[in-house]
Design a protein around this ligand. Structure first.
Ligand code: ZN
Length: 244
């Protein structure tokens, strides 16, 4: 295991474009304001985000949607000041926490060496207010793959020895923030970042434009309810875990 000094690098690992904006855009904006470099990793190719009733779901149609959603994610990242977005291009809708995905995540963890990782919860909460939409199976798979990549694989040279041959040395992530986790224990005050969060969400036009006013109201209410628990006006909450 290799000890490292704190570097102000954070990595957000999620399944799809817009996942991070819903759960953590205010936090990402707050971290960037505090001088952190934030990188996004999107596990899927985002090709499954067309209308539910579409009949043309072939390769060409998927490619069109994938390109739109990737450009929307880049636009959202530009709003927030995210340094870069890495797309791993796994098939949207069929993400699994495979060893292949774990290896790809270990590779980016060792390349970028984040102190913090923010990812999706591998577990459901079954909280009625969020219904089941929050827990797309890709979200659970992305969360499970992320935590498996963080511990122990990224920090253990014996996992994926081929990566050592690429000069990707073990890297220990120190803090993990899970979105949508069953036991939130940490909140970030996003009151000052609210406008940025809304602007970043708006960038996901193909997914959200039609229902944006309703959506903004819902997220605003939830952020205020979350904030009230911690004495903040608006907040995002996480399960935060340290890797000592
Ligand atoms: Zn999603």
């Amino acid at each position: 295991m290799i000890e490292q000094e704190q570097n102000k690098v954070a990595m957000v690992i999620v399944a799809h474009p817009d996942d991070a904006e819903f759960g953590a855009a205010g936090t990402v904006a707050a971290w960037i304001k505090e001088g952190w470099d934030v990188y996004y990793v999107i596990c899927t190719d985002a090709a499954g985000g067309g209308p539910d009733d579409a009949m043309d779901v072939g390769h060409e149609a998927r490619l069109v949607i994938s390109n739109i959603r990737k450009s929307e994610q880049r636009a959202a990242c530009a709003v927030l000041g995210v340094k870069d977005v890495i797309f791993l291009d796994y098939h949207d809708g069929q993400l699994q926490p495979t060893l292949e995905l774990r290896r790809d995540l270990v590779r980016v963890l060792r390349q970028y060496k984040p102190f913090r990782v923010l990812c999706q919860s591998p577990e459901r909460t079954w909280t009625p207010v969020y219904a089941i939409g929050r827990y797309h199976p890709d979200h659970l798979a992305a969360g499970q793959a992320a935590i498996a990549a963080i511990y122990p694989a990224s920090q253990n040279g014996w996992d994926f020895p081929d990566l050592l041959k690429e000069d990707l040395l073990p890297h220990k992530v120190r803090e993990v923030y899970f979105m949508g986790a069953p036991n939130p224990n940490y909140a970030v005050d996003i009151t000052e970042q609210w406008d940025l969060k809304v602007a970043a969400l708006r960038a996901h036009e193909s997914q959200l434009a039609e229902r944006f006013p309703e959506l903004e109201g819902f997220i605003s209410t939830r952020s205020a309810e979350c904030g009230a628990k911690y004495g903040m006006a608006l907040a995002e909450e996480f399960h935060r875990a340290e890797n000592r």
